[in-house]
Design a protein around this ligand. Structure first.
Ligand code: ATP
Ligand code: SF4
Ligand code: MG
Length: 335
């Protein structure tokens, strides 16, 4: 076990939305995040992976305090974020930065690249003179591969491609030396050919600058390649967590097993047993009782629909180096 203290330590996070309905009940509660706990240490990238609607953005937004969590604890550098307000919250916020999905919306097209980076320093109130700020900004552009920095810096952000814009967003975030970086689907709007470069850059910078990175993606193969640990979420819960190589080579939760089975493999002649799940992720207004994956779980059916799966909600428990929330996890065969 890694003994370095985590930068981010989230415990039992729950996010509920009030949803207005037409019927008599008026307002109903949608539980989008249901008891999520996670830790990220300096220099480490944790990927939170799940299909659309599983609660990934709600987790990220609650951690960043962009929405109020319903309950749970969020410790950043040992400070409880959920209890902070006003000036203290602003100070804590300066320690985390976010990279958004859409680099076309997140940058102001009327600013030059250099001004975009400088603005980041100004907003953060970093009190250094203009020449020093400019030097730092140019260094940041070089670090993210936007060279020659003087030339790229003079261009307007609307003149850049999506990949270049995302590099500008990364430079603007990293120049503030955040302790935590939250990247919500940072490459899903980019051309496939650009994705690897951006994710490699983020991982290198997080390791070099010892930043804790929360990387949110629906793509398990990207998490496998660019994360140090993976947490698979389903219907607002972490159902499995572990190191990428272990989790991919030996998924223990039936949901992870299905996700792994459809990862594209380059060798076309390898026969694969693809598991195609029927049905959809539950509506957070109507989460099934017992195990929330049971309506779609191939193992539940293969085992003859055991009562335990629908009567008891499985907790995330450690099995070796992995954590799994299933009453009947896959077992390694011992010879
Ligand atoms: N403001 C809101 N009010 C009501 N329900 C919401 C709200 N925001 C999100 N939800 C619901 O909460 C659930 C989780 O949404 P969330 O956006 O966190 O998922 P996600 O994993 O980020 O999905 P995607 O991959 O599509 O971005 C979904 O069912 C969504 O419809
Ligand atoms: S607890 Fe039962 S229904 Fe849930 S994932 Fe495990 S086998 Fe499937
Ligand atoms: Mg999302």
């Amino acid at each position: 076990m890694n003994s370095v203290a985590p930068i981010l330590d989230v415990n039992n996070l729950t996010v509920e939305y009030q949803v207005k309905t037409k019927g008599k009940r008026g307002v109903r509660i949608a539980r989008a995040v249901d008891g999520v706990s996670l830790k990220i240490r300096p220099g480490e990238t944790l990927a939170v992976v799940g299909e659309s609607g599983s609660g990934k953005t709600s987790i990220a937004n609650a951690i960043m305090r962009l929405i109020e969590p319903t309950s749970g604890s969020i410790m950043l550098d040992g400070k409880e974020l959920t209890k902070l307000a006003g000036k203290e919250l602003r100070l804590a916020r300066s320690k985390f930065q976010m990279i958004f999905q859409d680099p076309f919306e997140s940058l102001d097209p009327r600013r030059t690249v250099l001004d975009t980076i400088l603005e980041s320093l100004v907003v953060a109130g970093i009190g250094i003179d203009d020449a020093e700020k400019r030097k730092l900004a140019l260094e940041a552009l070089e670090k993210v591969g936007l060279i020659p920095a003087e030339n790229v810096g003079a261009r307007y952000t609307y003149q850049l491609s999506g990949g270049q814009r995302q590099r500008v967003a990364i430079a603007a975030a990293m120049i503030l030396k955040p302790h935590l970086l939250v990247a919500d689907e940072p490459v899903s709007m980019l051309d496939v050919s650009l994705r690897a470069g951006i994710l490699r850059l983020m991982r290198e910078l997080s390791r070099e600058l010892q930043i804790a990175t929360l990387f949110i993606t629906h793509d398990l193969s990207l998490a496998w390649m660019y994360a140090d640990r993976i947490a698979v979420v389903y219907s607002g819960r972490i159902v499995e967590e572990g190191h990428p190589a272990d989790l991919i080579s030996f998924p223990q939760h039936p949901y992870t097993k299905a996700l792994v089975s459809v990862i594209p493999v380059p060798e076309k002649n390898i026969a694969r047993n693809r598991i195609i799940l029927s049905g959809e992720i539950p509506d957070p207004l109507e989460i099934p009782s017992g195990c929330r994956f049971s309506p779609r779980c191939p193992k539940y059916r293969a085992l003859g629909q055991p009562e335990l799966c629908i009567s008891s909600d499985p907790k995330l428990e450690s099995i070796g180096d992995q954590f799994v929330a299933c009453h009947f996890p896959e077992k390694k065969e011992t010879k």
